[in-house]
Design a protein around this ligand. Structure first.
Ligand code: SAM
Length: 275
């Protein structure tokens, strides 16, 4: 019986490789990698040269079988291009095949863009919802976001530079009033953290959209747990009106955000001060 090590690797800064990851990558004879050219650079950096085998999202069952046969001959590691394998990255199929064949599977914890981004929100939460890469089509993306509207903890999504603008527009539509923390190029030279609403993010990233992004959206936690005052609910209604919502849509959205009874929200929405 052998061991498959699931090794987290840096998401930008090569110095983030752990000592234990370096030790394991120096010991195993084979490393299964998402892109062997990318992993070769990391392995060169730490001065080791195990045999590299490619493992991607569409690896065939035959190829997986041959990797498991290699595993039978000795311990193996699996890495992805960046971060933790199996988190929006290849890795899970080899883990499942290794478990099935009776081998040990051991994680080597390390960098992951989700956890890095969550750790600098400054928000207190005891759960979060990872949305991975959001659906590409606007309608599907809005459905995913709206379905997550009641999640008490933060929502986390990965995004690429060429889709960040469209995604922020959709987040603005779904969550006008929530705070976002957007991490761009974590651990890299152009690392940047944006804090603010989606509307502010749209103008902030208007010119600069290069790099990789993690978007963290504040959860519904506060609104669900705390009973809001009339003034606070009116503030939400005012904000929604300013963003163009009216009538039934306005009331429904305000109920969703505040968790206040519909009739109370409706009555407050009729106030002259808010017109
Ligand atoms: N397995 C990786 C992990 O554990 O974080 C995630 C891989 S996923 C294919 C790549 C996405 O992760 C990018 O599109 C981006 O959303 C996010 N990401 C990875 N590295 C990042 C970085 N340095 N800064 C910001 N986001 C990053």
């Amino acid at each position: 019986m052998s061991t498959l090590y699931v090794v987290a690797t840096p998401i930008g800064n090569l110095s983030d490789i752990s000592q234990r990851a370096t030790e394991i990558l120096s010991t195993v004879s084979t490393v299964a990698a998402e892109d062997t050219r990318v992993s070769r650079k990391l392995l060169n950096h730490i001065g080791v040269s195990p045999q590299l085998e490619s493992l991607h999202e569409h690896t065939s069952p035959e190829r997986l079988q041959s990797l498991v046969e290699k595993l039978e001959l000795g311990d193996m590691a699996v890495v992805s291009d960046a971060g933790t394998p199996g988190i929006s990255d290849p890795g899970s199929s080899l883990v499942a095949a290794a478990v099935e064949a009776g081998h040990d599977v051991i994680p080597l914890p390390g960098p992951s863009a989700i956890v890095s981004a969550l750790s600098i929100t400054g928000w207190s939460f005891d759960r979060f919802l990872f949305l991975g890469f959001l659906p590409r089509k606007k309608k599907d993306q809005l459905t995913t976001l709206n379905n997550a509207a009641h999640e008490p903890g933060p929502l986390v999504a990965y995004e690429s530079p060429h889709r960040i603008k469209a995604t922020l527009e959709n987040i603005n539509q779904a969550f006008q009033d929530r705070q976002l923390v957007i991490c761009r190029e974590l651990t890299k030279f152009y690392e940047e953290t944006f804090r603010g609403t989606a509307a502010q993010a749209i103008s902030h990233f208007d010119k600069q959209t290069k790099g990789e992004f993690v978007i963290v959206i504040q959860g519904a936690g506060k609104a669900v747990n705390i009973e809001l005052s009339d003034d606070e609910i009116s503030g939400v209604i005012k904000n929604l009106k300013e963003n163009g919502l009216s009538g039934r849509m306005l009331v429904e959205r305000a109920v969703e955000i505040t968790s206040a009874p519909k009739n109370r929200v409706y009555q407050l929405s009729l106030s002259k001060d808010l017109k």
